[in-house]
Write a protein that binds this ligand. Structure first.
Ligand code: HEC
Length: 142
């Protein structure tokens, strides 16, 4: 009898585990080493920096995160785990630059958020990653 009960528990978690995991999905948190990072690049000309950052955002991020950073890009419709809405009040204040940098570099496992950092298909340099994060923060903070 005990064996059968155990079997049901195992079977139950196999059948229902993933569904539960999805509805409780949480973006992983970066390690302390990343959390304390901030943009290490000198920004002499903010306008120029943000202009080239906007280009990266438009090309690589907009289709999911949306033009307004609302997570409603053209590819977002049929995603189970939706792209983060950066313009949600308080959202960007709750996230450190190092967290945004880490996820953009590494991606968020089990979601459509792939890694964009050095060595990935898109292969953004660390400077480009910092640019796009600076752009996101300066354009979508609410
Ligand atoms: C194919 C769709 C897609 C593209 C393209 C995309 N993202 Fe995402 N992004 C997602 C999804 C889905 C999530 C939610 C991940 C989660 O819930 O763990 C996300 C989450 C994030 C987060 C949230 C991290 C956190 O800790 O809250 C950041 C930052 C981010 N993306 C940055 C970017 C940047 C920068 C680009 C462009 C270089 C980009 N994304 C392109 C789908 C995408």
């Amino acid at each position: 009898m005990k064996v059968i009960t155990a079997l049901f528990v195992v079977l139950g978690s196999v059948l229902f585990g993933p569904a539960v995991a999805d509805s409780e999905h949480k973006t992983p948190t970066a390690s302390p080493k990343f959390l304390e990072m901030s943009n290490p690049y000198d920004v002499d000309d903010v306008d120029e920096f943000l202009k080239s950052a906007k280009k990266i955002y438009k090309k690589k991020c907009k289709k999911c995160h949306g033009k307004q950073g609302d997570g409603k890009g053209s590819s977002a419709d049929d995603m189970e785990i939706k792209p983060t809405a950066f313009n949600e009040p308080g959202y960007l204040e709750s996230r450190k630059d190092g967290q945004l940098f880490w996820i953009t570099m590494e991606g968020s496992e089990g979601t459509d958020m792939e890694g964009f950092g050095p060595g990935t298909d898109v292969n953004l340099s660390e400077e480009e990653l910092w640019k796009v994060i600076t752009y996101i923060r300066s354009s979508f903070t609410k």
